[in-house]
Design a protein around this ligand. Structure first.
Ligand code: PMT
Length: 397
């Protein structure tokens, strides 16, 4: 487990630290919080103690500590120090090495990487002295996250808003994530497709897009340039990923073929319709008789068409099976000329479609590996590490 010290200074963005702690804990960090006296005006210790699961510190000299050296112990405990929000005052103090409270003393004592997420009024951010202070901190190796542009609590608009907690957590994760996909271009398909029957009805499936979006997020964190071609989902666009939104299998085929040139790796996690209506009624189909029939024709196989290209990328398919998983997956691997296939059981109590967790059985021409049931974020990481390994082995052979 990674150990992070979160420093909170006084500013309206302090309320975002509650969500930040939640995200960091979800990402497997143990979080200890240090608040300045002005931060205490915005958030209570009790709230952050409950969220972090640890006592919150704000006093430099802690009579409860045997040798009153709590700040040194805290600084040594941390793998990283994050200050979010970092006010203009705090930034100025740190850049001049002033140490008159617990947080600034911790900064001086810290030997771990330090990250600051500034938050202030846009004029304060643009002031030459603030920019000089930021430059001095950068020169000392401090990482600056943000700030972002947008409307501010004071009613003004401009650069100075603290980055969103998700962006801060992603930035930190990227520092701790291996980057075996650095500079690689990866196209990922995700989600379901919708095959229209008439202006109001369509055929679809239970894919939520979670598996494909987790792959896109993790591939980006591992250093890849990511294009995500996605059917309709309710999920937010992963940070730094280029999203191409599509609806039908035919749209997805067109979008993939438009973007595939120059890609190093393609991962087909989408649940693409195998059949689509032969025609789309221009008006709503009326209810007549006790039975009706639909005429369907086969869709183009996107991943197979990619694997058939002359200059094909390393092509990874998925296989969703309710029975004979190994047999059908290995058949798809060979028939579609894939480099690798990740097979999952679907229609079970846990895993597969629209679940937060999944398990995969991965096959490639001369090997296989089981990735046991875990949340889709972890599973995506494990699958990408495996893909990177086999991809690099193939390309250095
Ligand atoms: O989205 P979630 O809710 O997180 O669920 C994840 C998932 C179960 C959808 C995912 O893990 C998964 O298994 N995706 C593939 C689903 C599927 O369509 O499998 P298939 O066995 O029918 O297809 C085999 C492969 O061919 C897949 O890579 C599929 O993307 C691809 N295919 C299929 C048909 C088609 N016309 N074009 C394709 O590219």
């Amino acid at each position: 487990m990674k150990q992070i010290l979160l420093g909170i200074t006084g500013g309206i963005a302090a309320y975002k630290s509650a969500e930040l702690i939640r995200l960091l804990r979800k990402d497997n960090y143990e979080v200890r919080v240090v608040m300045t006296q002005s931060a205490l005006q915005f958030m209570t210790k009790l709230t952050l103690q409950a969220l972090s699961g640890n006592p919150v510190h704000s006093e430099l000299l802690d009579a409860g500590q045997e040798n009153s050296m709590g700040h040194i112990n805290l600084a040594r405990w941390a793998d990283s120090l994050l200050i979010a929000p970092a006010s203009a005052h705090c930034i100025a103090k740190l850049s001049y090495g002033l140490a008159d409270d617990l947080l600034s003393t911790l900064y001086l004592a810290a030997e771990c990487p330090v990250y600051l997420a500034p938050a202030m009024n846009q004029s304060m951010w643009h002031k030459a002295i603030t920019q000089t202070n930021i430059d001095r901190l950068k020169q000392q190796g401090v990482h600056i996250i943000g700030p972002e542009s947008g409307s501010q609590a004071c009613g003004e608009y401009g650069l100075g808003r603290m980055s969103e907690p998700e962006a801060i957590a992603n930035y930190l994760n990227a520092q701790h994530t291996p980057t075996p996909l650095k500079h690689k271009k990866i196209l990922i398909t995700a989600g379901p497709t919708r095959e229209a029957l008439d202006p109001v009805r369509y055929i679809t499936n239970r894919s939520s897009g979670k598996m494909g979006y987790a792959l896109a997020t993790q591939a980006k964190l591992m250093g890849a340039e990511v294009i995500l071609v996605s059917g309709p989902t309710q999920l937010p666009i992963p940070h730094g990923v280029h999203l191409v939104a599509v609806e039908s299998a035919a749209d997805m085929h067109t979008a993939v073929m438009q973007h595939i040139q120059g890609q190093d790796i393609m991962i087909a996690a989408a649940a693409v319709a195998d059949y689509t209506p032969t025609s789309i009624a221009t008006e709503k189909i009326k209810k007549e008789g006790t039975h009706t029939e639909l005429s369907l024709r086969k869709t183009k196989d996107i991943v197979a068409d990619v694997a058939n290209l002359n200059n094909k990328p390393f092509t990874v398919g998925f296989a969703a099976e309710t029975h004979n998983l190994q047999h059908y997956a290995q058949d798809k691997l060979a028939r579609k000329k894939l480099d690798m296939i990740a097979a999952n059981w679907v229609g079970q109590a846990e895993g597969g479609f629209d679940s937060a967790v999944n398990a995969l059985q991965v096959y490639w021409p001369n090997g296989s590996q089981s990735l046991p049931l875990t949340d889709k974020t972890q599973l995506a990481k494990q699958l990408l590490i495996l893909i990177a390994e086999i991809y690099h082995a193939k390309n250095t052979a």
